[in-house]
Design a protein around this ligand. Structure first.
Ligand code: CTP
Ligand code: MG
Length: 313
């Protein structure tokens, strides 16, 4: 818990994030009155560390303009608004504007019309409100992944988003978390033809996991044991949408197609054709699995795991 507490952002930091969101919204709304700026990713899903960059999404209905044109114009608006280090990354898979705000010292990335990310951010935040063990578990897993260099999608390892989903899956398997997408929906939106529906009145689920008394350390050990020894990498896909594993056969994720190898399969909860593990390749799958085994062994045998587990790679 003390490792978790050392990573949580302070109230001051959170108010600076809100201040930056307000400043940028004002600036952008002057030019585009019908647009809306959303906070998403770790600053909004409750799994953000102190000092993390801010992810923002501009929702805008500009039929005449391409995404790249919007990004370029956005960079121009921000430049005129005295923000610094502005870069328009128009050739990235998801085009973004990067910037730094000299008033708060915060850096952020702004993408355009990526509303699925805004919705999956809400899903993760809602899960974190059901059982108080999820947040510290995911923080420690993310901290471990960053320390051991297995949180780099461009090097074939997994995103922070994928790790949080892996934690939710594990807690669902332990009956500590329910499956919100299998319950009667109280929240319903359609984004780019994806229906996003789930039970979001999570205040009513307080105490859901109470019959399982496992401590945070036991769950952390269980999480790594699951990914080291119990998960069936050949046959299974983890799916927090259904609250269980489903077969690779059913999804037709059994062979390499293009660059997608499906060596570790993590279904996105809303964009269900998207395997969050698709970035993992023949080399990085073994690096990952060795790291899961190393972590499971440390938690099993090491007298001082809180140091060894996070030793820099
Ligand atoms: N996201 C997504 N699909 C992915 C990766 C990310 O929809 N394959 C979205 C999610 O909404 C996620 C956000 O982008 O919350 C940011 O992703 P990421 O940087 O992986 O996670 P953060 O929670 O921001 O973690 P970090 O603290 O490492 O920045
Ligand atoms: Mg982020």
């Amino acid at each position: 818990m003390s490792i978790f507490e050392s990573l949580v952002p302070s109230d001051e930091e959170i108010s600076k994030q809100k201040q930056l969101l307000a400043t940028l919204s004002r600036l952008i709304n002057k030019e585009w009155p019908n647009s809306k700026l959303y906070l998403y990713g770790s600053c909004a899903n409750s799994f953000g560390f102190s000092n993390s960059d801010i992810d923002l999404c501009l929702s805008i209905d500009e039929k005449e303009m391409s995404k790249v044109d919007i990004i370029l114009k956005l960079a121009h608006i921000l430049h005129a608004g005295n923000l610094r280090n502005i870069q328009a990354l128009t050739r990235a898979r998801v085009p973004i504007v990067k910037l730094m705000d000299p008033n708060t010292g915060l850096s952020c990335d702004i993408c355009v019309n990526n509303l699925l990310a805004v919705v999956n951010t809400k899903l993760l935040r809602d899960y974190s409100r059901i059982d108080k063990r999820l947040r510290p578990l995911a923080f420690i897993v993310k901290h471990w992944a960053k320390s051991r260099c297995v949180n780099e999608t461009y090097q074939g390892t997994l995103s922070s988003y994928a790790y949080v989903i892996m934690c939710i899956h594990y807690l669902q398997s332990q009956r500590i978390l329910p499956c919100l997408q299998e319950m009667e929906p109280t929240y319903y939106v359609t984004v780019d033809n994806n229906i996003c529906a789930y039970f979001d009145q999570v205040d009513k689920l307080n105490g859901f996991g109470a019959q399982c008394k496992d401590t945070l350390s036991r769950l952390l050990w269980g999480f790594f044991r699951y990914w080291a020894y119990a998960h069936n990498y050949t046959k299974d896909v983890i799916s927090i949408r259904t609250g269980r594993t489903i077969s690779k056969n059913m999804k037709d994720w059994t062979r390499r197609i293009g660059n997608d190898r499906h060596l570790i399969c993590i279904e996105d909860p809303f964009e269900t054709s998207h395997d969050l593990g698709r970035v993992v390749d023949n080399r990085s799958i073994w690096a990952l699995r060795e790291e899961f085994e190393r972590a499971a062994e440390i938690l099993h045998l090491d007298p001082n795991p809180s140091i060894t587990l996070f030793e820099p790679y």
